[in-house]
Design a protein around this ligand. Structure first.
Ligand code: ATP
Ligand code: MN
Length: 427
């Protein structure tokens, strides 16, 4: 008897046939004449019935929640069964008999987080991890289609990219190093060879705040490319998001719907995205009586207020230079502004920051001094402006922030299997 997936049975592929499935006991219910075992494998969940006259009855009685099993039986349609199909069991073999499983229905969120290694078996986490995997696939597909070359940046770094307050320091053979916050500076070096590069890699941020959108370790989707301007940047970025959303609607409909996420929001992602300048955004927020002034960075409430108006993804661009990083290119007509853009979505706010990088050596040095950064730390980076400098752009998109928005997750911690936050690093 061939081993089949449970989803295959639910899709009606094995109707009336003998099948073998392998998985774990998800739920169990017993009546006088029948034991109902709800069994899950990676693909899905199905009800299996064992009758009193079956020699496997004793084994079925013994089987506990989360025991691993091999079941041979007949797949058949049954309107009463959840999912519309069930397996009439011929033979049940317990592979690993489980002790009493600690997760029961009445457990708190806090408890589930402490037993994350077990909670990952839940139907919900199973679905989220599948969509995460697909979103990664679509990301790679998109960049490769666009001619980007995937590169692998370092995780140990000697100089900050995004400012000191969220840097994780560590001892490296007796020296002080940091965990990377972004691959950007390294990607910039690589464009001089490969022109269009991207990576999907972890970034580390010592985020002290507890929010629904911050992790201390997250996966960062970062492209960087040469001979490009702000227009090219927004164009690639909105096309990437549209591609991911449309492919998700097409290939992950079942998962998205089972997660009770609003699929119409993904379908509605059309390009071009609305764009407003930072200054327009400030005027808009001031008109709403939010306490923000020109020159200040948006808080979460500001971003949410803006996003409500657009109802979908949109860009804010042309930020004051004092709130953006040293590598942002200054607007040539207005030195108060830098060519930086954030992509925002409803409920979550910012999901990406990108921009044109300063490609002029003297301007870059000016910025480094202005921000009292150590020039010698950035010597290699300044080299990139010494030898064949080129206009270039890039952006960083947080994978988990994207998923939190796409799947309507309450908290970003469910977008990654083993979340790391200020309080959480076990398991
Ligand atoms: P925020 O202001 O929301 O903390 P940021 O502006 O510090 O974010 P960037 O340095 O612009 O973040 O990083 C690029 C992208 O990486 C962000 O737009 C976001 O999607 C993601 N990101 C940044 N910090 C985190 C974090 N702590 N957890 C998860 N994703 C993050
Ligand atoms: Mn940002």
């Amino acid at each position: 008897m061939p081993v089949v997936t449970i989803q295959g049975i639910l899709d009606g592929k094995h109707e009336g046939k003998s099948v073998t499935v392998r998985g774990w006991i998800y739920r169990k219910r017993e009546s006088k004449k029948t034991i109902f075992l709800v069994v899950r494998d990676a693909s899905g969940i199905i009800q299996c019935t064992v009758k009193t006259d079956n020699p496997s009855w004793i084994e079925a009685e013994k089987a506990t929640i989360e025991s691993s099993v091999i079941i041979k039986g007949t797949a058949r349609q049954d309107k009463r069964a959840p999912g519309g199909y069930e397996i009439a069991v011929d033979k049940l073999s317990i592979i690993g008999l489980a002790e009493i499983f600690p997760i029961t229905q009445d457990k708190s969120e806090e408890f589930l987080r402490n037993v994350r290694h077990l909670w990952l078996r839940s139907h919900r986490m199973n679905l989220i991890m599948k969509v995460r995997s697909e979103v990664l696939r679509f990301t790679h597909e998109f960049f490769r289609k666009e001619g980007f070359i995937e590169v692998s940046p370092p995780m140990f770094i000697s100089t900050a990219c995004e400012g000191g307050s969220t840097l994780f320091g560590l001892k490296y053979f007796g020296r002080d190093l940091y965990l990377t916050q972004s691959a950007q500076l390294y990607l910039e070096a690589l464009i001089y060879s490969l022109e269009k590069v991207y990576c999907v890699a972890p970034s580390f941020r010592a985020e002290k705040s507890r929010t629904i959108r911050h992790l201390s370790e997250y996966w960062h989707i970062e492209p960087e490319w040469a001979f490009a301007d702000m227009e090219d940047l927004m164009h690639i970025e909105e096309n990437l998001l549209r591609y991911i959303c449309q492919k998700t609607v097409k290939n992950c409909r079942r998962e998205v719907e089972s997660l009770d996420a609003d699929i119409s929001k993904l379908k509605a992602v059309k390009t071009p995205f609305p764009r407003i300048t930072y200054t327009e955004a400030i005027e808009n927020l001031m008109a709403k009586d939010l306490k923000i002034k020109w020159g200040e960075d948006f808080g979460y409430d500001d971003e949410k207020a803006l996003a409500e108006e657009f109802g979908g993804p949109f860009f804010v661009y042309a930020y004051p230079r004092q709130i953006k990083a040293f590598y942002c290119k200054t607007h040539r007509d207005n030195p108060e502004l830098v060519m930086s853009t954030d992509l925002l979505v409803p409920r979550i706010g910012e999901i990406s920051t990108g921009g044109v990088r300063e490609d002029d050596k003297e301007e870059l040095l000016k910025r480094i001094r202005e921000l009292s950064l150590k020039e010698e730390d950035y010597d290699w980076y300044i080299d990139l402006r010494r030898y064949g400098t080129v206009p270039h752009v890039g952006f960083g998109l947080g994978l988990e922030r994207l998923l939190t928005w796409m799947l309507d997750l309450e908290n970003i911690i469910d977008a990654i299997p083993f979340p790391r936050t200020i309080r959480r690093f076990y398991p």
